[in-house]
Write a protein that binds this ligand. Structure first.
Ligand code: ZN
Ligand code: ZN
Length: 347
């Protein structure tokens, strides 16, 4: 490596002096951390696993092979309840509904929120309740849940509060591979800006465009849309495509834990609100809430005193001498967890 660098630098100097324009050294080395913490599979709650975690050799995003944990999850949290999402009547209080994320803020989806949608979004098309009875128009069956999520959803689902119930996805399981030991990449994998990367489970929720038209291309063709896994086995997902959801005059609220259900993905998170299992730290550092898909730890947004971290990199990560490199997830209202992966991930 050193020899190659010297040769490259030498060539640059030679080329610069000969051709009088600058030569870019294209050799980028992966960051070397003093402390690298391997994934601790014992941190995953047994109740969330469809089978015991095993190790498999997998190909990583840099083409190398590495031991990865094979984690098969039930996509059903065992450490908190799911729902509710949509309130039933505009007179309902916050306990009857979930939350909505808009402009960095978390709003309770109570009856008043639904009643106020036309004002909230300054668009009189919003009318998600019966003016005579106050009943909120919401999906009631699995067929409704599927239809309201159909890319060609018809006018009949305009002004629906969309909620898919746990009973529709009771028999799902999903398999994830996470490198046992995080491996820093030479160049981080940034997630595409905006919601729903390719193959992301959020397609069916709102108004997904056909495959290949789903928002900006990610920096890496196969960058996962899944950001990471909570200790209960629930995925921290790509941002919910709220623009598409709202564009159809539907609302697909999250429950108080920041999750909701679609038929393909099952239950998944779009916000970390502190309800899934947290591992408190002894030094006031933010609690740990899971692992990113590259094996680095995921921690809450603020430290135990509620203070923001000011030294995060573009991915929302930083290094310390206790935890090695790790991420701090975004604020719940931002419909986002982290901005990319610093390490290689299993293909
Ligand atoms: Zn979603
Ligand atoms: Zn930290």
């Amino acid at each position: 490596m050193m020899n190659r660098k010297i040769i490259t630098i030498g060539f640059c100097i030679l080329a610069t002096s000969l051709l009088t324009f600058s030569c870019k050294n294209t050799t980028t080395a992966a960051p070397q951390d003093k402390l690298v913490i391997p994934v601790d599979k014992a941190k995953f709650l047994n109740g969330g696993l469809a089978e015991p975690i095993t190790i498999e050799t997998r190909t990583l995003s840099d083409g190398s092979s590495a031991d990865c944990y094979k984690i098969v999850v039930k996509s059903t949290p065992t450490d908190h309840a799911m729902g509710p999402w949509c309130p039933t009547n505009i007179s309902d209080d916050a306990s009857a509904g979930g939350i909505w994320l808009e402009n960095g803020k978390v709003y309770d989806v109570d009856g008043a929120f639904v009643k106020n949608l036309a004002q909230f979004y300054k668009d009189s098309t919003w009318a998600m309740y019966n003016k005579a009875t106050g009943a909120i128009t919401k999906t009631k069956t699995e067929a409704d849940c599927r239809e309201a999520a159909n890319p060609n959803v018809g006018e009949e689902y305009k002004n629906y509060c969309v909620e898919c119930l746990p009973s529709y996805v009771a028999n799902l399981s999903h398999t994830y591979y996470i490198p046992v030991r995080p491996k820093a990449a030479a160049k981080p994998y940034e997630f595409s800006k905006g919601p729903g990367g390719p193959g992301g489970p959020d397609g069916p929720e709102g108004h997904p465009k056909p495959d290949g038209e789903r928002g900006p291309k990610p920096s890496h063709d196969s960058t996962p849309s899944t950001r990471g896994l909570a200790f209960n086995g629930i995925v921290f997902d790509a941002p919910a495509p709220t623009d598409r959801i709202l564009g159809a005059y539907t609302l697909a609220p999250f429950d108080d834990a920041g999750g909701h259900i679609n038929l393909n993905a099952g239950y998944h998170y779009h916000a970390a609100t502190g309800l899934s299992t947290r591992i408190a730290q002894t030094d006031q550092h933010a609690a740990m809430i899971g692992y990113a898909m590259d094996g680095y730890g995921l921690y809450e947004n603020t430290d135990s005193k509620g203070t923001d971290y000011k030294d995060l990199d573009a991915l929302r990560g930083h290094y310390d001498s206790v935890r090695g490199y790790h991420y701090h997830v975004d604020k719940a209202g931002n419909n986002n967890f982290i901005n990319g992966l610093r390490g290689e991930f299993a293909e």
